[in-house]
Design a protein around this ligand. Structure first.
Ligand SMILES: *[C@@H]1O[C@H](CO)[C@@H](O)[C@H](O)[C@H]1NC(C)=O
Ligand SMILES: *[C@@H]1O[C@H](CO)[C@@H](O)[C@H](O)[C@H]1NC(C)=O
Length: 268
């Protein structure tokens, strides 16, 4: 139970981190030589990973990739940056496969499946949209961040004293689970916001982004479906209502098709 729960959370949080990083809501600490970032812009990914108990063997392999995603949308040359992210992602997967006592490579490859999907399948489409997307992406992301507070919620999450406590005791999935609600609320606001605004500026680019960002949740929901019914019920009950969409395949499917009401169907 504990292990399953931890794996699920690891998925979900990684999704949020990768999502925020790709959206440029996480600014690299050394973004520009003479720009000192504001405190609220620095996200403590390290604390979050430690709170989840991500083992060193995994951190060693994924840190360069996580680092590279933070600069994806901040740079002018999105396509080149994306190529770098794709290369580092492939390297992280190779590195994890070599760690025979680190059984986390499947978790990571599922959690980051949106990156893999983009690199393998949708790269060409994004490339075609590059000239349209490049000048507007930053604006869309910062508008949606002002509307949905994804960045400040993620920062607040990392700075929460309970999360810091979980980090110091080597990871505790239940503490982390109890504090996910606000992040899910932000995500429920951010996904439609980004989809609509990108679609308005560059035809179909919002749907393409949404499709990509939904991939990891599919992996999570498939994993939950495969659990024994009692365990599945327990997790469904335990997880915050605001996060339930993330483990329900039919709701995910509706969201992917633009039915954003499927985020909020819990009246129980
Ligand atoms: C993270 O990226 C920055 C620049 O993009 C680089 O200077 C730094 O060394 C990287 N850190 C790690 C741990 O890879
Ligand atoms: C988190 O996001 C919600 C909206 O999604 C917002 O109302 C709330 O103020 C945010 N919290 C923080 C700490 O930014």
């Amino acid at each position: 139970m504990f292990i399953q729960m931890r794996k699920l959370l690891l998925f979900s949080i990684s999704v949020l981190i990768i999502f925020s990083a790709v959206n440029g809501t996480i600014k690299p600490v050394h973004d520009d030589v003479d720009v000192v970032p504001h405190g609220e812009e620095m996200l403590d990914v390290d604390t979050i990973f430690r709170a989840l108990g991500v083992p060193y063997c995994m951190r060693k392999c994924i840190d360069p990739f996580i680092n590279s995603t933070t600069s994806l949308w901040n740079m002018r040359n999105v396509v080149n940056q994306a190529r770098k992210v794709c290369t580092l992602h492939a390297q992280a997967i190779t590195c994890l496969k070599k760690e025979q006592f680190c059984d986390h490579h499947k978790i990571f490859s599922k959690a980051s499946s949106s990156i893999e999907y983009m690199c393998a399948t949708k790269h060409v489409l994004f490339e075609r949209m590059e000239t349209c997307l490049n000048p507007i992406v930053d604006d869309v992301m910062s508008t949606c961040d002002k509307e949905c507070y994804a960045r400040s919620n993620l920062t607040a999450f990392a700075q929460d004293s309970n999360i810091k406590f979980a980090a110091t005791v080597g990871g505790n999935a239940f503490i982390v689970a109890d504090h996910l609600g606000d992040l899910c609320t932000s995500l429920q606001c951010t996904l439609p916001c980004v989809t609509k605004r990108l679609n308005n500026k560059c035809a179909l680019s919002g749907w393409l982004s949404l499709d990509m960002l939904m991939q990891p949740f599919d992996a999570v929901s498939v994993m939950v479906e495969q659990l024994s019914p009692p365990l599945r019920d327990l997790i469904t009950k335990k997880i915050d209502k605001r996060c339930r969409f993330a483990i329900n395949p039919s709701r995910l499917n509706r969201i992917r098709n633009g039915d954003f009401n499927a985020f909020n169907m819990d009246h129980s």
